[in-house]
Each structure stands twice: as structure tokens, then as C-alpha cells.
Design a protein around this ligand. Sequence first.
Ligand SMILES: Nc1ncnc2c1ncn2[C@@H]1O[C@H](COP(=O)(O)OP(=O)(O)O)[C@@H](O)[C@H]1O
Ligand SMILES: [Mg+2]
Length: 166
Amino acid sequence: MISVQNVVKHFGGVAAVDGVDMKIERGSITGLIGPNGAGKTTLFNLIAGNIAPSKGSIILDGEDVTGLKPHELFSKGLLRTFQIAHEFHTLSVLDNLMLVPPKQTGESLLGAWFRRKEVVRQETENRKKAEDVISFLNMKHMAAELAGNLSGGQKKALGTWADYDG
Ligand SMILES: Nc1ncnc2c1ncn2[C@@H]1O[C@H](COP(=O)(O)OP(=O)(O)O)[C@@H](O)[C@H]1O
Ligand SMILES: [Mg+2]
């Protein structure tokens, strides 16, 4: 599913990743181990599109995705999740997701007072998007639950969507 081909990443004079070849099969769970400074994080950043390789290719499902940005990889089905969940644990699952869209009018004092219509319109739209995500995650029964009460896996699923601002 993912094929890393002769990937090199230099930071100045340091070869952080130096000619890595690696294949990850569909449906497998693959680990990457190595001592500090071996280049594991750099390789993750390369595959996830956070940084572009100096040399080599990254193939996803047969398509060359070298140098694509994280949001472009997301639309192709590749997404990096992080180890630490950072939900607002005293807010509901629905409210957590409604907070995701940036620059909401209601966030500013003036906007909240004088642009009520726009605030309501945005909130209606954000609620709809949040509800779509919740049904996609099969978490309808959890929508009103405080995010702090979710299981580790549910937090991870919620956090993954909350990190995606596309
Ligand atoms: N942004 C950077 N600028 C310069 N050197 C870096 C940068 N990121 C990582 N390195 C260097 O690349 C090498 C690999 O680092 P890293 O990928 O973090 O290894 P690991 O995650 O396996 O501990 C190290 O020598 C590190 O100092
Ligand atoms: Mg690391």
C-alpha cells in the first residue's frame, strides 16, 4: 500500500534519512524501531507529507505522492495521527467538533454582538459538519457525551478529525 523508494533527506550536512527502501502491506501493522537520531521521526514526516524528500519517491496505492502536502494526502486516504489526544474534556463530542472550523465570527466580542445572523448561519453549518463526522465515526450515541468520557480509541478518532481543518 505504501512503498518508500530510496528516500533521502538532508538537513544541511546531516543525512537524517539516507536511502531508505520500505514496503507496507495493506492490512498489516508495521513498526519502525531504531536508536535515537536514527531518522524515524524524519521518515514519518516524509511519508505524512510534512516535509519533502531530497531524493527518492513515496508511492501510495501505485500513485507517486512524493512531495504532496498532508491535506492532499488526506484526500487520498493517508493521515498521520499523534500519540497525545487533546480534546476539551469538559465539552461534548459535538461541541468539540463544532470548534474545529477556524476564524468563526462568534469568537470575537464584536462579532458575537453585532453579527448575530452570521454567527447563527456558521453555527448551523458547523453543527451539520460535526454531525456528519459523528455519524461517519459511528458515534451518534456519544454526541452529547463529554469528550473526557470517551475511550482511548474514540478520543483518537475524534482527535484525528479535529486535527483536519480542510
Ligand atoms: N529539522 C532538522 N534540522 C536539522 N537536523 C535534523 C532535523 N530533524 C532531525 N534532524 C537530525 O536528523 C537525525 C534524525 O533525527 P530524527 O528523525 O528525529 O531521529 P529519531 O526520530 O529516529 O530519533 C538526527 O541526527 C537529528 O539531529
Ligand atoms: Mg523521533
